[in-house]
Design a protein around this ligand. Structure first.
Ligand SMILES: [Zn+2]
Length: 546
């Protein structure tokens, strides 16, 4: 028996006029999807980090497939690519922060998170440090907007029901703390393994997006800073100690981040100026700083998923102490350790990307009345950067996009939870938030399929802690009042792990799910009128609300 190192936590009956023809049998096959995923998520793509050679290669592949299918280019300057002016910046590890004058070394004293702001240097001198409360669903117990503004706000992380820290506590940070100078997340202890995303950050100039610098510290450091354990502080308490030093990101590099955009022109002259858009993301997390044993990681996460069915099985720093011990001996009898550091992103979002191409392939045979707009987004993992850029710089008139359909995490086979798995399982959401008609249309199209999906709408509930409505590219379109729907097989055991590889996907399941998205796109494209927006449109500059 050997205890495993845990992984660090790293960080979607209407008045509709039916189509004149019945939904055809699906032309989308598991074989085509598998072939495409194996290209997109191959080790040679190196995890497809924006600007990396692998991401350039995969976006070239998508563009060449759009061209081969006869789609019209709809990127910049008559090509298929839309360049996103992204910058990436690496942390200067020669600088550090101090607490009461003592250095907080990176990784052992402080773990920087992936911030989305554009400031290059963070110098805490003179910035008040306040306690913001313990993160969790009960936001009433957290600091108010006025008290947080301009300050360094320290949050205790949320705890799971067994007392272990919730690695996804960031989802509970109130949107109103964005004007804070920095956010600090306090874990009982820092994760023993860190992942590359902490070193590099990505951003895109945007009028609607600015997130503060954020980092993790351990409880002992927080106690030194405040003079008391956090449990004894009241929300809004000011630190007695001093936070000094600075965090600096090296001069940013401009990188070649690319959306890939194509159009299948509509067949009806009166409606071809309107677009049914659909998309997936072409980027993923790149290559990690640490090689982990692939088989142990997967065995660990399957056990973790069985124990914590409420959410993804991202590695949990708190798991170091008690619970999970895997019998590695049985794995070792099969084969020796296999070091792996490539985040292949087969499910996330190779599956969505393969489906986008397969659906494009299928739709070219259907002559839909409206045009179809295919958008492969970059920079989703870095904060929806590519979709945000597209929505703000759409290459067709934004108001002519009648619906956007998103596919992300679209083909894994096992979630750890029988109630959230199975050959017909599919999560969807978003549609009824702007257009009840679109929501009803999805249900009626699904019911008419030869193999209808069992659609789980529970993740779409307002306030749902997963924040799924705000966490993938559809949110960038919904922001502008475009009716959206997301489709996902959910968080699997390989979510954001080096084990998210093609051999673990269920291609028959993926084909059924892609068939639904295909049929919905076709139905919307052939509607007499665009889906009715019958709910209030959001303020595009406001933070997304689950
Ligand atoms: Zn994704």
């Amino acid at each position: 028996m050997r205890r495993l190192l845990p992984l660090a936590g790293i960080l979607a009956a209407s008045c509709a006029h039916p189509s004149s023809r019945a939904t055809p049998a699906s032309p989308i096959t598991a074989a085509e999807l598998k072939h495409r995923v194996e290209i997109i998520a191959d080790d040679s793509m190196g995890g497809r980090l924006p600007g990396s050679r692998g991401n350039i290669e995969v976006t070239d592949y998508i563009a060449s497939e759009f061209k081969r299918l006869g789609l019209q280019p709809a990127g910049d300057s008559g090509g298929y690519l839309q360049y996103v002016p992204m910058i990436s910046s690496r942390l200067d590890t020669t600088e550090h922060l101090t607490v009461n004058g003592a250095a907080l070394p990176f990784w052992t004293g402080l773990v920087p998170q992936n911030p989305g702001n554009v400031a290059q240097t963070f110098d805490p001198a003179g910035v008040p440090v306040v306690y913001g409360g313990r993160l969790g669903p009960d936001r009433a117990a957290m600091i108010s907007a006025d008290s947080a503004a301009g300050k360094i706000v320290v949050f205790a992380v949320a705890l799971l029901s067994d007392g272990r820290p919730d690695v996804r506590s960031g989802r509970y940070v109130p949107a109103f703390t964005r004007p804070a100078a920095a956010l600090v997340f306090v874990y009982p202890e820092l994760p023993p393994v860190t992942i590359y995303t902490h070193l590099t950050r990505f951003s895109v100039p945007s009028p609607t997006h600015a997130a503060p610098l954020s980092f993790q510290i351990g409880a002992a450091t927080a106690q030194t800073l405040f003079g008391d354990p956090l449990e004894r502080l009241s929300v809004g308490a000011t630190a007695r100690g001093t936070l000094g030093g600075r965090v600096r990101y090296l001069t940013p590099d401009s990188i070649q981040a690319r959306n890939v955009v194509a159009i299948l022109p509509g067949s009806d002259p009166a409606r071809k100026g309107e677009y049914v858009a659909m998309g997936a993301h072409n980027d993923h997390l790149g290559i990690g700083a640490f090689g982990l044993d692939h088989d142990s990681v997967r065995a660990y996460n399957i056990l973790l998923a069985r124990q914590h069915l409420d959410g993804p099985a991202a590695g949990n720093p708190g798991a170091r102490s008690p619970a999970i011990v895997v019998n590695v001996d049985s794995l070792r009898r099969i084969r020796p350790p296999r070091r792996d550091s490539i985040f292949n992103g087969a499910d996330d979002d190779g599956a969505g990307t393969a489906s986008l191409l397969a659906i494009a392939h299928a739709l070219t045979k259907q002559h839909p009345a409206r045009s179809i707009l295919f958008v492969s987004h970059t920079g989703e993992e870095q904060g929806l950067l590519g979709s945000r850029w597209y929505a703000e710089h759409a290459t067709v008139p934004r108001d002519s996009i009648v619906t956007y359909l998103n596919m992300d995490l679209f083909g894994h086979e096992y979630t750890g939870d029988p109630a959230r798995s199975g050959p017909r399982y599919l999560q969807s959401g978003g549609a009824r938030r702007l257009s009840k008609e679109l929501g009803a249309l999805i249900d009626s199209v699904n019911a008419a399929l030869p193999e209808p999906m069992a659609i789980d709408y529970s993740w779409d509930a307002p306030g749902h802690p997963s924040q799924k409505y705000c966490r993938s590219d559809h949110a960038s379109y919904a922001r502008y009042g475009i009716p959206v729907a997301y489709f996902s097989t959910g968080y699997g055991v390989d979510y954001h792990q080096v084990t998210d590889e093609p051999q673990y996907l269920d291609y028959a399941h993926m084909a059924r799910a892609a068939t639904l998205v295909y049929a919905v796109a076709l139905r919307v494209a052939n509607l007499e009128h665009r889906p009715l927006v019958d709910q209030p449109k959001p303020d595009p500059t406001a933070p997304c609300r689950q």
